[in-house]
Write a protein that binds this ligand. Structure first.
Ligand SMILES: [Fe+2]
Ligand SMILES: [Fe+2]
Length: 268
């Protein structure tokens, strides 16, 4: 028992230390380019909300208190690579030269952010950062890793859906080329994407060719959401419906939306 409460204390203290480090690190980034500055602020606000989301989702399931702090650390760090990606590479698009996860892992290592934690906990956090954005997860046999990775993925996607549904709705007034991911707003939908969505599968990022494909790809994350509370959050805020409203209303789009709507309703 004593050992458990010591472990809890170490993780809680690590969280507080990493939180202070994160605040100081993030505050170093600014840009004279207004759009880059808007996106730096967006990453900061997103990170704060992902921390809130993992807390809310984690509290809704049976999880140890110390793991709640661990997943909050992972949430704080999951997009730490976005700052360098934005300021040095001027994009959100992950390429071999500018991948926000690879940059993030480098930053975590160079700044020795996880020093003070045990190896097993360090490895868990690194796995969460590495896997938070994978299109399709490998099989994870360790139950604790499985839970924490899915908590972060759900929490992250809920907030990305919040950001992009708002962005697509108001895009004409407040364009942000970074959120368009360098994609053109052309009509037409990639066949592979509609095939995946009709099969209730998350679409493949590599099949995304246009902005409409990107919107549908992001909507298809619902097929990969894990926790009931996550479905509730996405459903209550109508993120999927809001994105649908910005798509061309072709038969295939209407069919895909209907499929996703029914799937969501069945998870609630
Ligand atoms: Fe990310
Ligand atoms: Fe994120």
């Amino acid at each position: 028992m004593q050992q458990l409460s010591n472990k809890f204390k170490v993780i809680e203290e690590s969280y507080n230390k990493i939180n202070s480090w994160y605040e100081a690190y993030a505050s170093e980034f600014s840009s004279e380019d207004n759009e880059i500055q808007i996106n730096i602020d967006l990453v900061k606000a997103h990170t704060a909300r992902v921390v809130e989301n993992v807390n809310e989702l984690g509290s809704s399931i049976d999880i140890e208190e110390s793991d709640l702090f661990l997943i909050r650390i992972a949430a704080l760090l999951h997009d730490i690579g976005r700052f360098v990606q934005l300021v040095e590479h001027d994009t959100y698009a992950d390429t071999p030269d500018s991948n926000h996860i690879q940059i993030g892992l480098r930053v975590i290592e160079e700044h020795e952010v996880l020093n003070g934690l045990e190896d097993a906990e360090k490895a868990l956090i690194i796995d969460c950062v590495k896997m938070h954005d994978l299109n399709i997860l490998p099989k994870i046999s360790d139950e604790r890793s499985f839970t924490l990775i899915h908590l972060l993925r759900d929490a992250d996607r809920i907030d990305v859906l919040r950001i992009v549904s708002d962005y697509y709705t108001h895009k004409k007034v407040h364009p942000n080329r970074h959120l368009d991911m360098e994609l053109k707003d052309l009509p037409g939908i990639a066949k592979k994407i509609s095939k995946d969505i009709m099969a209730e599968k998350v679409a493949n990022r590599e099949d995304v060719e246009t902005l409409n494909d990107l919107k549908l790809f992001q909507m298809s994350w619902i097929f990969d959401i894990k926790y009931k509370r996550s479905f509730k959050m996405v459903s209550e805020k109508s993120y999927i419906k809001a994105i649908f409203e910005t798509l061309p209303k072709s038969d295939v789009v209407i069919d895909m939306y209907r499929n996703m709507k029914i799937f969501m309703e069945n998870q609630l």
